[in-house]
Design a protein around this ligand. Structure first.
Ligand code: ADP
Ligand code: UDP
Length: 244
């Protein structure tokens, strides 16, 4: 088992998609999945990694999908952001049940439910070893939680943004649709943008490029992958300035 001495990163920002929380269910939250994730996050905390967390809302609502069904887009995005707060509350509950201290902050003020996002306080909590869950995305419609993850990662001086997905990295094309697609080990922001590689939204990639924030895309379902990354393992794909 790795120890503090094996740790490569001191502070990371982990992005989980909402769909990951629903497990085999078609909608909502599967408590078994939450417990499994809490266990994996606890392993990072155990070796002294400071963990910021952004969770999506796609298991509940997505603004774009609601808009297709006839709802006003901005209203749909507000619903999507509120969905991320629900997921954050469920994750905090799972973390606390595993005796991992955690706090939820929201980009949208929600007095009495969660505290409002405050960068300096978030950094203090991270330094104290608490997992800080940043919810309600960026607080603005027309953005995604990928962008929120990169934004918060940059703001709190994380060394790496980790994007957990269903696939095990970035491919030359969507591997779900194109079985001949091949996986990159390392990749530049420029290539992701030029080839419009859809694993992460391009606004998020632009933000990371501008602030030199590396992103590692990896498969959350792979046992031990998360821990392996924070000790310097080569999981999935690393997106940075000097990629392929
Ligand atoms: N070039 C690509 N490389 C890897 N995955 C890609 C690529 N293009 C599209 N994808 C898709 O992007 C998805 C990203 O996963 P995720 O962010 O978890 O989904 P969501 O869009 O629901 O948040 C993957 O499920 C994958 O099918
Ligand atoms: O800054 C943000 C982040 C999210 N959302 C809304 O919240 C939904 C859920 O987030 P996302 O789709 O990123 O979740 P994921 O796909 O990661 O589960 C989005 O579809 C948007 O409607 C938003 O409006 N602004």
């Amino acid at each position: 088992m790795p120890t503090t001495r094996d740790r490569k990163y001191k502070r990371i920002l982990l992005k989980l998609s909402g769909e990951q929380l629903m497990g085999d269910e078609g909608f909502g939250i599967d408590p078994k999945v939450l417990d499994k994730m809490a266990l994996e996050i606890g392993q990072l905390v155990g070796i002294g990694v400071q963990v910021g967390l952004v969770i999506g809302g796609g298991n509940l609502f997505r603004g774009a999908a609601l808009s297709k069904a006839g709802l006003d887009r901005v209203t749909g995005d507000h619903m999507g952001m509120l969905a991320t707060v629900m997921n954050a509350l469920a994750m905090r509950d799972a973390l606390e049940r595993s005796n991992i201290s955690s706090s939820v902050m929201s980009a949208i003020p929600m007095s009495g439910v969660v505290e409002h996002y405050d960068r300096r306080r978030a950094i203090r909590l991270l330094e104290d070893g608490e997992v800080v869950i940043f919810s309600a995305g960026t607080g603005n419609p027309f953005f995604t939680t990928d962008s929120a993850a990169c934004l918060r990662g940059i703001e709190v001086d994380a060394e790496l943004v980790l994007k957990a997905t269903k696939v095990d990295g970035v491919y030359t094309a969507d591997p779900v649709k194109d079985p001949t697609a091949t996986r990159y080990e390392r990749l530049s922001y420029d290539t992701v943008l030029a080839d419009k590689l859809g694993v992460m939204d391009l606004t998020a990639i632009c933000l990371c490029q501008e602030h030199d924030m590396p992103v590692r895309v990896f498969q959350m379902d792979k046992p031990g992958a998360l821990l392996n990354i924070v000790v310097g393992g080569n999981e999935g794909t690393l997106i940075e300035a000097q990629g392929e």
